[in-house]
Design a protein around this ligand. Sequence first.
Ligand code: ADP
Ligand code: MG
Length: 625
Amino acid sequence: MAKGKINVSVENIFPLIKKFLYSDQEIFLRELISNATDATLKLKHLSNIGEFKEGFGNPIIEVKIDKKNSKIHIIDQGVGMTETEVKKYINEVAFSGAEEFIEKYKDTAKDSGIIGHFGLGFYSAFMVSDSVEIITKSYKKSSPSVHWSCDGSPEFSLSKSDKKTRGTEIILNVSKDSKSFLEESTISGLLKKYNRFMPIPIKFGTKEITNNVGEGDKAKEVKEEIDNIINITEPAWTKKPKDLKEGDYKSFYKDLYPMNFEDPLFNIHLNVDYPFNLTGILYFPKITNDINLQKDKIQLYQNQVFVTDNVEGIVPEFLTLLRGVIDSPDIPLNVSRSYLQVDSAVKKISNYITRKVADKLNSLFKKDRKKFEEKWNDIKVIIEYGMLSEDKFFEKSDSFSLYPSTENNYYTYEELIKKIKKDHTDKDGKTIILYASNIEEQDSYIKHANKKGYTVLLLDSPIVSHLIQKLESSKENISFARVDSDAIEQLIKKDDKTISKLSDKEQEKLKSQLEEVIPKEKYTIQLESMDSDSLPFIITQPEFMRRMKDMQNTGGNNMFGNMPEMYNLVVNTNNKLVTDIFNTKTKNKRYRLIKQSLDLAKLSQNLLKGEDLTEFIKRSYDLIK
Ligand code: ADP
Ligand code: MG
């Protein structure tokens, strides 16, 4: 038996490894299975090029727990290692890698995200082990098998082994602190997390089933092993789009998120090999109201090994609401997240994904507009979020972003402008886009606008006020106004003024009559000469003020402080009720009419509550008695 010293200058490297990596101990299994997979794939390659002639067969990787002896075995049928290779790869190279790691991350090892992505490799086995053994036999003919073992000091021993079959067996003598890794449920959980889509079959969870064979007293017990392959070796994203059907994408979605019972709306297959390598499938899920409740996330893989489900920085923020997988060997994982954002390769990846998503949306829209319109409600939040946050996406979105009307017609921006330009353009040449945020609550305003021949959009997603702001600043000569933000005649001002039935003097008198009853601190009275069949009293909240408020509520800056609830009360001086009020000589009766009209206006804005509502009901009964 040979003894030797592992080539390392840091004497106490093992305690360091254990300490630094404690929180991410579990990655040892991922690393060892990655090595076993690499070794098997190497053999496959050698077989393909004719250097290995015995036939590749159907090699598997086996994970076994030996609870009694506190051991975990990881066995592969890959290339194996000769004695020289063990010395070279295990004793020299890996350690210098580990040393470098410790040196580099002395201070920052605690930063989440770094550890585990680094790929400490083989030596991560020591995080959970008192000692580690390698029993290996190279695929090279007549090379003897080797038994390497190391107890966590820089000393290793190397001896002959009687292993007859090709491949490598790693044996972990699990330490007391890490006993939980001897539980079947722990290991199967880890295999499912990290190795579910790896390319070589992984066998684990051998169950012993006792069968009674034969009859009578002489029943014989036969133990039968049930093989449990835990992984899907050819996940959908590794295949070509042309080889996949709609159903394949859906069933892969179910493999990815077994707890999710809703089908995705559609998918985007990513596939690029220049200037970087990336494959993957992204899914548009049905977004529920609470965006924050999103549990299923995009998973990041490197060569089918799960790395993380934190794709921040790699995928543009608005697309983190999507689901699916991204697999790329080109994403640097051994660097901090803040660095990722400035890394130009990562920036390219992020741009590529954005472009692919925009292209897909565009083609879906072109291919089947009806279907796209039906899905619009479920995808609009992501699209609007993207329009707001990514300029490139904003530019592209013009061709598929939709603006639905309250009558359920869907327009692209261009179509919308074409349709409304003539009617909606005011005397200053500006095209006013009318919108509602709630059909039920704003019904009377919508009806009134429709009656005048105007089109009203329904824009009801939570970030729409931000989007409107963005559209106003990037499109020419338009502005948005919510239907209830003023009298329609004021929102779209035309030249042809309706003449007021009341003279200026009379108007002044009317105003003071109204002010005797209507609280000044709440309502700004605004007399307008509108059509006689327009409503007498209309409560509005100025567009600008309301929008700023909305934006504050959905995460804008707080530059307006806490604005008080102020409303405009638009009074139509041409409506008969208003002239009646003006002509009512009895003070009490006039007061009552004003109060009743105000309350009705409040009612239509959903503002009549509490004491005012009680009083209103009482007054209404009195009026019809
Ligand atoms: P990496 O996998 O990044 O090369 P590791 O520390 O995980 O680093 O492994 C070091 C080297 O040890 C590998 O490159 C490989 O040559 C060898 N090795 C590790 N595990 C196996 C295995 N199961 N079969 C064959 N060779 C292995
Ligand atoms: Mg490795």
